[in-house]
Ligand binder design. Sequence first.
Ligand code: CO8
Length: 263
Amino acid sequence: MDFQNILFEVRDGVALITFNRPKALNALNPQTLEELARAVAAARDDDAVRVVVLTGAGDKAFVAGADITELQKMNPLEARLFAQKGQDVFFSLEDLPKPVIACVNGFALGGGCELAMSCDFIYASDKAKFGQPEINLGIIPGFGGTQRLARLVGRAKAKELCMTGEMIDAQQAKELGLVAKVFPHEALLEETLKAATAMAAKSCTALRAIKHVVDRGMDADLKTGCALEAEAFGVCFAGQDAKEGTTAFLEKRKPVFKGSFTS
Ligand code: CO8
């Protein structure tokens, strides 16, 4: 695949997408967003990809936001379309029927924080910093930040972070529920890939069902969410993985899951 601003590699069932503009702290320009959209589609369509990991090149940043050089030149219509493009790409990550882990190795600011929040969960380096500093540029988050941050950390804290532009460290982000785990900086990628590879060996039917039910259930009332869960629980039994998992337990052996994301 022909990419200039990202690296895309697949190993042991895991697609690793690396934002690769370290001189601009991996800021998202229109081309990078377009390449991300193509990489997500490639990960979706390849049965060999069972888990996706996003990270940033270099030692300093995951993604330091939308590219401010580009923002500075935009008229209202261009800004509206760029926001929509980013939101569409981030929704494609949420809609991917495979787990997506954000491996946040440094600054995750503005669009970078919004990108990480569109993943299923975030593993962060102890040097990572999170924030929505758009207020300092005279604008607001445009890639879903006002919405996803409020859903993850609560309305008041989200408003405080967006209104002050304050940066928080990985430990604070973990305490707020934004980050799932914090690792020493040097160990982050290895630990994330280890977790991703272990997840890649699990039932993809069950992984897809968990993602679907948690995401759709969060936007519904409890009874509707539980009804979705019961449906998806039943669907798990339509594939071979449920039989394999329960049988392997009773036979005291490791299960071998063969379900496919596309069937
Ligand atoms: N865009 C473009 N270039 C950037 C960005 C960025 N977001 N962030 C850093 N860079 C560049 C710097 O300009 C600098 O380039 P150069 O070496 O050519 O001068 C290089 O990266 C290194 O950065 P610094 O020298 O500033 O590094 P420091 O370690 O001193 O500071 C910071 C690191 C704190 C991360 C600092 O670079 C910073 O504050 N960056 C901007 C962070 C920010 O405001 N992000 C939000 C951007 S707005 C946004 O994301 C909106 C999303 C929704 C858009 C909706 C569409 C309209």
